[in-house]
Design a protein around this ligand. Sequence first.
Ligand SMILES: [Zn+2]
Length: 288
Amino acid sequence: MKKFILVLLCLFFVIPPQTTEAEEPKELQIHFIDVGQADSILIRTPQGKNILIDAGGKKSAVKLMNYLRAFGITTFDAVIATHPHHDHIGGMSAILENFTVKAFYMPDISHYTHAFNDLYTTVKKEGIMIFKAKAGNKIDVEPGVKINIIAPLKGNYDHLNDYSYVLKVIHNENSFLLMADAGEQSETELLEKKVNVKADVIKIGHHGADTSSTLPFLKKVNPDTAVISTGNRIKQGYPSKAVINRLHYLKIPTYRSDLLGTIVAHSDGHNITFTYGKSEQEHQEEKE
Ligand SMILES: [Zn+2]
C-alpha cells in the first residue's frame, strides 16, 4: 500500500504541469518549493499573476528555474526577497537575470556576503529598482488577493533573521502567514503591537528552528495547518524537536518539505487543500 501511495505521489510531479500563462488557474496556489534547507515560495493567482518570495540557495537555482518554467512562467508581477541570507537570496540573481521582474522588494538592510554582493551586482546590471517596503505596506495583487507586510516592526535588530519580511497573504476568506526566518523577537513585537497574525496556514519561521515559533505566538496565529520548509538537517536542529512538539501539542497538522517534497496549498477563497510530492528524479537522487 505504501508503495502504491509513493507511486501516486511520484506521478503527481513526474507529469509536467500543463498549465501555461494562457491557461490561468482559477484558484490561488501557494507552492512551498522544495529547495532543501532554504525557502522559495511561488504564488499563482486566479487571474494568472505570479509572485515569487525568496529564491533558495545558489545550488538549487537551476532546479528552481526548471520548476517555474514548467508552468510557462516568464514574468513575475512581484519578487520579494525576505532578508539577505544566502538560503533565501542565493538563487535570486538567476531569477532576476532569466525572468522579467515587474517589481522587486527587499528590506532595507545590507549583509556583506557573496550572495548579497552577487544580488546587488545583478540588480545594478539589470537596472532593477528595489522597493524597500516596510511593515504596514501592502501589495494589492488583484481583487480578492493582497499581501500585507506586517514585519519587521523596527529598524534595528541583533539578528539578521529578525529583519525578515513577515507577509500575510489574503485570498478572500483565507489567510496565509509567511514567517520567512523571523525569530522570537519579531514574534514578540507582533504580539505586543497587537498585529492581527491570525491565519489559516502558517509557514513556520526559520525552517522550524527553536529560535522561532514560540507557544504564545503559535496560539495567537491559531492556524489549521503548518508548513515547514527545510532540508534533511534534523541533527542541526531544523526542524527542532521543541517546535515539532509545540505543533503536536496544539494539534496543528504539519507538512514538511524534507519529508514530502514540494507542498502546494490550493485556495478557492473559502477552503484550502494541499497536495505534495517529490519528483521521480528527486527519489532517484536520494537513493544514490
Ligand atoms: Zn533561512
